[in-house]
Every structure is written in C-alpha cells, then in structure tokens.
Ligand binder design. Structure first.
Ligand code: COA
Length: 157
C-alpha cells in the first residue's frame, strides 16, 4: 500500500504522517474529543508501527496542529479508526477537508470502500459523513462502553 505523503489543500490544511513528537498534543485533543472513552497514549504509539495504519496529523496554514486521523488499510477497505478536530477549530471546514483528502488518498491507493463506526448520537459527525456520500449500512447495538449504539457507515470509492 502506498505510504502517506504530505498533501496540500490551498488555503486550508496540510495532512502529514503522525510522528511520536505529535502524540502529546494528540492525546490532549483525544481527551477533549472523546471524554467518555479516549484512546490512551499507548494506542497512538502503537499506530506508528502498525503496518495497516496510516496515522495522520492535520495542520492549518499557520502550522498549528488542528486535528488528526487514523485510517487502517485492510485489503480493499479503508477503516476510519479515529478522527477529531480541535474543539476550538470546529465548524470551520477542517473536518470536511481532512475527510476529502483521506478519500482521495484512499482512491489513489486503490481502495474500494471506506468504512467507519459512529455513535448514533454524534450528529455533527453523521452529518459530515452523509454530506460526503457515506451511507448507513447497519446498527451495532450497545457497541460503546456506555451502551450507545454505533452506526456503521460506508462509502464506495
Ligand atoms: C466530527 C468532527 C471531526 C467534524 O469536524 P469539523 O471540522 O467541526 O467539521 P466541518 O466544519 O468540516 O463541518 C463539516 C460538516 O459536518 C457537519 N457538522 C459539523 N459540525 C456540526 C454541528 N455542530 N452540528 C451539526 N452538523 C455539524 C455539517 O454537515 C458540516 O457541513 P456544513 O458546514 O456544510 O453544514 C468534529 O466535530 C469532531 O472532532 N468531533 C469530536 C470527535 C468525533 O466525534 N469524531 C468522529 C468520530 S466517528
């Protein structure tokens, strides 16, 4: 599978491969984004050496870390394992740009489908995915630790 390369969207964000230096800031963003069930630091460290994983960091045009995304390339499928935008930077189009770049990279890598799970109550994320063409495939009952259901969504590439 092709390695992640830095990708530029004029006026918006740069996505670059995650490094160990990025992880402390990402752990903070993770805690702010998923207060009930955040990934621990060790999980992000593991992703750096996971051969199926492309962990990426999003930077704004001033070089500020504004988000991250972890995609697993498994055969013809790309599983979006994690995505978050800094709470102070939400609603500014960054999440959409990250997703659009990830969709493009997945197509270029020859993937056929993108798949993800999202909490049934996560309206911002569901709206984002639907607006990009993702479709609801099925519900995973009681998927999350607090008993919340997950919607499995997929996008044919
Ligand atoms: C989901 C998330 C990544 C979206 O990032 P973002 O940068 O705020 O999203 P954008 O500004 O690019 O918005 C893109 C679309 O998402 C939807 N959206 C974003 N914020 C929304 C909100 N508060 N309410 C409803 N829809 C919203 C809209 O469809 C929006 O498109 P529009 O601006 O044309 O209406 C961000 O809310 C986040 O980090 N949430 C916490 C972590 C998380 O839930 N990750 C997803 C796990 S599956």
């Amino acid at each position: 599978m092709a390695a992640v390369r830095a990708a530029q969207t004029p006026g918006r964000i740069t996505l670059s491969p995650m490094t160990s230096a990025d992880i402390p800031a990402i752990v903070d963003l993770e805690a702010a984004s998923f207060p009930e069930d955040p990934w621990p630091l060790e999980a992000f460290v593991h992703e750096l050496s996971n051969e199926f994983s492309q962990p990426m960091v999003a930077w704004d045009m001033d070089g500020n870390l504004i988000g991250y995304m972890i995609n697993w390339f498994i055969g013809p499928e790309v599983h979006i394992a994690n995505i978050a935008v800094d709470p102070e930077c939400r609603g500014m189009g960054y999440g959409r740009e990250m997703m659009k770049q990830a969709i493009r990279m997945s197509r270029e890598a020859g993937a056929e489908e993108m798949v993800l799970e999202v909490r049934i109550g996560n309206v911002p994320a569901i709206n984002l995915y639907v607006s990009l063409g993702f479709q609801k495939v099925y519900i995973r009952k009681f998927y999350y630790r607090n008993g919340e259901d997950a919607i499995v969504m997929a996008l044919a590439l």
